[in-house]
Write a protein that binds this ligand. Structure first.
Ligand code: ASP
Length: 318
């Protein structure tokens, strides 16, 4: 029997309205999603590991300025790009995470290096950047990360004196800035390989105008990212503070492991009930060891794509 494989990815959730999307922009996003998911699928078809596939997909999205990760990362209040990322291997339950790193071209590769080449799980700031250099992981100048659109977002958020999450919950700024500015752009991937392993990866620039070294859910194992071969792999996007409080990724895994819920039932409960009750906007992508894929969100839209076995490629935005 042919072994099952599957890959799913997101490019952020939020106020993504068809009425505000130009045909050109939609085409750009659609082709970026398609290319990324095919990169992951190609690895899985060659019997590569789920871990390799999720890193490659996230890397590809980090290099694309359309998304709030790597090159397209949003600006902090001080006008810097500080990035968070994490990765987890469902086979070994090993994980690696980094937060507040700057100049590192592909934060997800650094997170994987933390997992594979240190005795730690989570490195932050300057220490993590020094570790990247020691490992020969590419660093880029500040100019590489400068994206005019992101810089304009920062100026607007500063004027409004608001911390702009890259998603919909900031109703306060609605009157002061474009809906255009309220898209999430965090990226993530989950995969199932031919060996039955699942893995998850998430990478983000966090939120525009963030201050005081704020860290969201994306680099936090159990909140924004989780993978366990016995249950599922999850990567989240949304209002990080709520995803941390709801321990979203691990909660879904636990609902499957301890309560015997299906992937779909667990995802629906967390995204459409538990998160909604505390006001947490966002979504996630999930895959289980049987190859079931779920991509729920409670916002207007979520950039998403998946490909499973011989099934058709699925791409969605709204
Ligand atoms: N979850 C991310 C954070 O709070 C933001 C996002 O998903 O766009 O940092």
């Amino acid at each position: 029997m042919k072994k099952k494989i599957g890959i799913a990815m997101h490019g952020g959730a939020g106020t993504i309205l068809k009425s505000l999307m130009s045909a050109e922009k939609e085409a750009l996003y659609t082709s970026a999603l398609k290319e990324a998911v095919l990169v992951g699928e190609a690895i899985l078809l060659k019997h590569g590991l789920a871990l390799e596939a999720v890193e490659a997909v996230v890397k590809q999205l980090e290099d694309n300025p359309l998304f709030n990760a790597g090159k397209g990362s949003v600006f902090t209040h001080e006008g810097r790009n500080e990035m968070d990322a994490s990765i987890m291997d469902g086979k070994t339950l090993k994980a690696g995470a980094i937060s507040g790193v700057y100049n590192v071209k592909n934060p997800i590769t650094l997170a994987r290096a933390v997992m594979e080449h240190t005795e730690h799980v989570f490195l932050s700031g300057g220490g993590a950047v020094n570790f990247a250099k020691e490992m020969g992981i590419p660093v880029e100048s500040d100019d590489y990360f400068f994206v005019q659109y992101r810089y304009d977002q920062l100026q607007k958020a500063r004027q409004a004196d608001t911390v702009v999450l890259d998603h919909t919950s900031l109703k306060e700024i609605e009157s002061k800035t474009d809906l255009e500015d309220k898209k999430f752009g965090t990226v993530g991937a989950v995969a199932l390989d031919v060996y039955g392993n699942v893995a998850a990866a998430t990478s983000t620039g966090g939120m525009t105008n963030k201050k005081h070294g704020r860290i969201g859910d994306s680099p936090i194992i159990g909140a924004g990212t989780y993978a366990n071969n016995n249950t599922c792999a999850i990567s989240c996007t949304g209002h990080g503070e709520f995803f941390m409080r709801a321990v979203v990724a691990y909660d879904i895994s636990c609902l499957m492991e301890y309560k015997g819920l299906s992937l779909k039932a667990a995802c629906d409960l967390v995204v459409h009930d538990k998160l909604v009750k505390i006001g947490g906007e966002g979504g996630l992508i999930a895959i289980d060891a049987l190859g079931n894929i779920e991509m729920p969100y409670n916002t207007e839209g979520m950039y998403r794509a998946c490909k499973r076995n011989d099934d058709d490629l699925v791409i969605g935005i709204y």
